[in-house]
Design a binder for this molecule. Structure first.
Ligand SMILES: Cc1cc2nc3c(=O)[nH]c(=O)nc-3n(C[C@H](O)[C@H](O)[C@H](O)COP(=O)(O)OP(=O)(O)OC[C@H]3O[C@@H](n4cnc5c(N)ncnc54)[C@H](O)[C@@H]3O)c2cc1C
Length: 249
């Protein structure tokens, strides 16, 4: 049976890189999780074996589910129902397959249900999924927007959102506006805190947003009046309510 990992030995070559040992040590913080989680590696060799298992599973899903679905996804395309975007039906099958294979929250720590993979391995997975269906790779790999929340969010925000991504909810990063593309300092989307509802309200326009009807959005907006310096905050919003992750950037 086809497998995009075992059929393409050049992908595994990345695991042989001389820096890999250091990368794994840093990501695993000297294997600090080994006594807390059954799936945590106990040493470098164990970590590499774990990565190979995940790569093998992904190679299988990519070759035997995502690639065979790709033509039907292109032919059907996403469409609007009641003003909401719906993916092509086979895209839902792809999402389901990646969720069942545990391929969400791949870079997130185990405490939130993630796989704690280094970026090298994330890129390897991404390359295989991209070979199967470049469009679906966009939907899947945008899960990495959660890295921003992990880096800049507080503990409460991490506990609230990261497990959702580990369970397969989708993300987008909403930066571009009609008058702010390459020059993101020009973003005008306004974030105003609603004291009564205890949430942030967004007012303005975003455009060209890949996977723009995702479950959770990372939104770049201004919480202060327009200035010529960098934008003031990153907002995190869901389709039902809006919350804002304040970040100095
Ligand atoms: C397929 C696709 C997916 C996208 N997905 C997303 C997404 O998920 N989220 C999101 O926020 N945005 C997304 N975008 C938008 C993308 O980030 C912007 O298109 C990009 O930042 C460029 O901005 P612009 O289109 O406004 O072009 P402009 O910034 O207006 O640029 C127009 C032209 O001027 C040139 N130019 C700009 N600045 C300079 C400069 N300082 N010096 C010299 N030349 C310059 C550019 O190279 C270009 O040729 C997507 C775009 C595409 C095409």
């Amino acid at each position: 049976m086809a497998n995009y990992y075992t059929d393409q030995p050049e992908i595994a070559f990345h695991l042989e890189h001389p820096l890999m040992k250091r990368i794994v040590e840093l990501k695993e913080r000297n294997y600090a999780d080994k006594d807390k989680y059954d799936d945590a590696p106990v040493n470098y060799e164990d970590a590499i074996e774990n990565y190979k298992r995940i790569l093998d599973i992904t190679g299988d899903v990519a070759a035997n589910i995502i690639e065979p679905n790709s033509e039907a996804v292109d032919l059907e395309g996403p469409h609007l129902i009641d003003n909401r975007m719906h993916y092509a039906s086979k895209t839902y099958e792809n999402l389901d397959a990646t969720r069942k294979a545990g391929l969400w929250g791949v870079s997130m720590p185990r405490q939130y249900g993630g796989l704690n993979l280094p970026n090298v391995v994330f890129s390897m997975l991404s390359e295989m999924i991209s070979s199967a269906d470049g469009g679906f790779q966009n939907i899947w790999s945008l899960q990495s927007c959660i890295d921003t929340l992990y880096e800049f969010g507080n503990d409460e925000q991490r506990a609230k959102y990261i497990p959702r991504i580990c369970n397969g909810e989708t993300m987008s990063m909403d930066l571009t506006e009609p008058d702010a593309g390459s020059d993101l300092q020009r973003v005008m989307l306004k974030a105003t805190f609603d004291e009564k509802e205890n949430c942030w309200r967004l007012n303005g326009v975003k455009r060209f947003i890949t996977n723009g009807d995702s479950d959770i959005h990372l939104v770049l907006a201004r919480s202060e009046e327009a200035r010529t310096t960098v934008a003031d905050c990153l907002c995190l919003s869901t389709t039902s309510a809006t919350e804002v992750l304040m970040c100095a950037i």
